[in-house]
Design a protein around this ligand. Structure first.
Ligand SMILES: C[S@@+](CC[C@H](N)C(=O)[O-])C[C@H]1O[C@@H](n2cnc3c(N)ncnc32)[C@H](O)[C@@H]1O
Length: 232
């Protein structure tokens, strides 16, 4: 598999490994066939890459093995789910789930989710998920975290007014880091329901694989809404 080429070659490396254990023959086959059929190509109106029944587009960056993405796609057939994941085995696991389902509202990108965000038109996304992103705990690696002020600028641009940004972490340092940036950003309002609200799971937010198997501490669930610009 060749690395997707991004025009900004000097951009920071955001994700960890692409390769993991060897794919089974079935998984390797699905990466050749089904991934081609479901490929999301960054750029242009994202709705144009889904069937007519899809009326809005949601994006999950770093879907892992895809349990959350598949659940959301099944519960919300009117939404087109784009999933970005550079880790080959995660992609292969999601492709296996999709082959066994009748879902037609999922599109996939095997690479950096930022490529998608940066290429989306203004106000074209109705929901964004970043669930248990790699914590990059060392301070010198914080620049590799997906959530940067510039990324929030792009997300505020591409999300529709009032559209939700959902973020979860179990990492003690990513939580204050994310809150500080999201709360300082003029493009977002926190939808916390009371002081304890962010510690409990919203009903339409199923646990991810990481959360059930690898979690390091209590999870936090943040929901922010894109703040519509006030007329000048
Ligand atoms: C800790 S795992 C969590 C996976 C999944 N969200 C879950 O909760 O089970 C973080 C995932 O984000 C992916 N990732 C990291 N940086 C990314 C990026 N820039 N774009 C897309 N995916 C990314 C990694 O490959 C990894 O699979």
């Amino acid at each position: 598999m060749t690395e997707p080429v991004h025009p900004d070659r000097n951009r920071r490396k955001l994700y960890g490994r692409r390769k993991g254990p060897k794919l089974s023959a079935r998984q390797a086959g699905l990466c050749q066939t089904l991934l081609g059929e479901l490929a999301y190509v960054p750029g242009g109106d994202p709705l144009a890459q889904f069937p007519n029944s899809v009326r809005e587009v949601w994006l999950e960056v770093g879907f892992g093995a895809g349990e959350h993405l598949v659940w959301q796609a099944a519960q919300h057939p009117h939404a087109g789910l784009i999933g970005a994941e550079p880790y080959q085995m995660g992609m292969a696991k999601l492709l296996t789930k999709l082959e066994e389902s009748t879902l037609n509202n999922v599109r996939l990108y095997e690479g950096d989710g930022l490529d998608i965000v940066q290429a989306l038109p203004d106000a074209s996304l109705s929901r964004f998920f970043l669930l248990f992103p790699d914590p990059w705990p060392k301070t010198r690696h914080h620049k590799r975290r997906f959530l940067q002020m510039e990324t929030l600028d792009s997300l505020a641009r591409v999300l529709k007014p009032g559209a939700e940004l959902r973020f979860a972490t179990d990492d003690k340092s990513y939580l204050p880091y994310a809150l500080e940036r999201l709360m300082a950003h003029p493009g977002f309002d926190w939808l916390a329901q009371g002081p304890e609200g962010w510690k409990s799971r919203p009903a339409d937010w199923p646990p991810t694989r990481y959360e059930t198997k690898a979690i390091k501490g209590p999870p936090t669930f943040l929901r922010f809404a894109q703040k519509a610009k006030m007329p000048a």
